[in-house]
Design a protein around this ligand. Sequence first.
Ligand SMILES: [Fe+2]
Ligand SMILES: [Fe+2]
Length: 638
Amino acid sequence: MIPRSLALALSLLAGTAGVCFAQAPTATPAPAAQPAEAKPKKVIDPDLLFKVGVSAGKVRGTGFVDESGKVRGQIVGNPMKTTLGPGEGFRFNGTTDWLVLTDDIATSRAGLPVRDFTVSAWVSIRETTQYGSIIGCAQDNGGEEQGWMLGYSHDAFYFALASEGSNDGDGKLTYLKGKTEIKPDQWYHVTATYDGRLMRLFVNGEIEAESREQSGNVLYPASAPYTLGCYLDRDEKFPMNGMFLEVSVLGRVISPAQVVDEFTPGARLTAYEPSFESTQRFVVKPYLQFATLDGMTFVWETSRPGTGVVEYGETLPYTERSPMGSEGTLHEIRLTGLKPETPYFYRVRTIAADGSEIVSDDLTFQTAVHPDTPYAFTVIGDTQKNEPVISALQTFAYSLRPNFEIHLGDVVNTGADKREWTEELLKASWPLMSRVCMYPSLGNHEENHSNYYNYFSLPSPECWYTYTYGNAQFFVLDTNKPVDPDSEQYKWLEAELSKSTAVWKFAYHHHPIYSSDENDYGDTYKEKTTFGDPRLRVLATLYEKYDVDIAFSGHVHCYERIWPIAQGKVDQENGVRYIVSGGGGGGLESSGPSRAWLTQRAYRGHHICYVTIHGKTLQLQAFDLEGRLFDQMDIKKP
Ligand SMILES: [Fe+2]
Ligand SMILES: [Fe+2]
């Protein structure tokens, strides 16, 4: 697709810069006197390695040529030219937009410095992520740490660099972290310099970090892309949600005074504070998180900042008020000291700085139940991006009046796409989640994005955690991360399982240990299947050792009840039961063409599961999109 917006903007570059940088930092000023019709001719600094921006660079079809003429890259997606306060730049949407300067530096090192360099950007970040890049070329995968990157992590900028002088065999990156807190939709001038001895990071003209750990030439990976607006290496891809006004790389170091000179003409940009929508409204209406016997967390989001508070009580009108939350647009308040197994009424209130308030409807919640009380939970997985199906399933799930719901991951289709969280998952699930707590797990489609950690409120590290409800303990894993016996997660799981005294033990995680899927674990129309993810079989060993009753997973978009399995074989006496329930909305999948030895019941269709427990009796039912029962399993413990 031709990126019309960027193409149009770059083709109109001469003299159209929305922000007047008195002088582009790396180009000699244009001659002052020019005939009215003549375009001012730029004199390009011979050390300039790369520069694009509202007044630098030209589009060529779906590609571009930077101002130095050294880099001929590709435009990915459709970065839009737009204004943000007093600045005009290109908006990158956080999902599909970035620039590729070089596909692979193994074939071209155009625009890359050898040793001394200055990288500089006027940038605004709408949503920070754990991994974010403004510009760079690096591999950071385990011990392999090579290249350099100017980027951001959570709410701070960083400059990472590996050099030949500090090479520990596969490279060692030094991450300089800035002090300025990145606030959404504000402009920042970020500069990093390296002269073969000293790394420095400047934000808005001030030195915020420096290091002498690295020395000599930049140590580049043998293979990596050189990108702008996307943290992209062999293992990771995190596009930036924000704006660029200009980004440049210069093949020499500029002094701190010169950094100030570059920053000062645009300083007024940094004074801009974004205005929020004029109307205060609920972007996400309040929902529940992490129910315990005596606690509950409430999360909601408003369009304008304010301070949140929860009003609650066993009867109306409300008798209790939580402490005030901190100011912001995403509100999270935990109540503790509640009565176990008790229904409450609640509503949330956000008070803006001008005193205006927004109040939710009256809602209800109930704390977790005692171990001897009967209870029920629903199971959903892979809701992904399918609002009508999610809505139908969640409305049906809530009609069963479960105490809570578990989600098997892939809660959205693109973790970075905020709209999928606010307008799909949370909106479609709201009838359930506003009254019943959902305990999620992390799929691959969340991309480990900060949205998962922002919208869910779980015990640290949030990607794996455990909780007790009634007479059961749940062990939630992140199967995107290592689970081998040397991994932190495996050790944590074994420690938690070994001390569990719960009557029922359930594990859940996104990827299935066992599955008869047609093509996820070998294309069954052409080759053998591994019947699930072999990497996860070490977990089965723990489940067998510590008597886990059921391991739930999603990822495969269907329903499958596996025969009880121990030591890789069907074992009805000692086996662990496995349920795949990935039919919450994602495109459907099927079992392979021949019946698999491990399948007890397979079903292709959108669905949820419903589990009821009393003492040592459990019943699992599975319902299709129309609410029809299509599978049932009963367990009675001795
Ligand atoms: Fe999925
Ligand atoms: Fe998945």
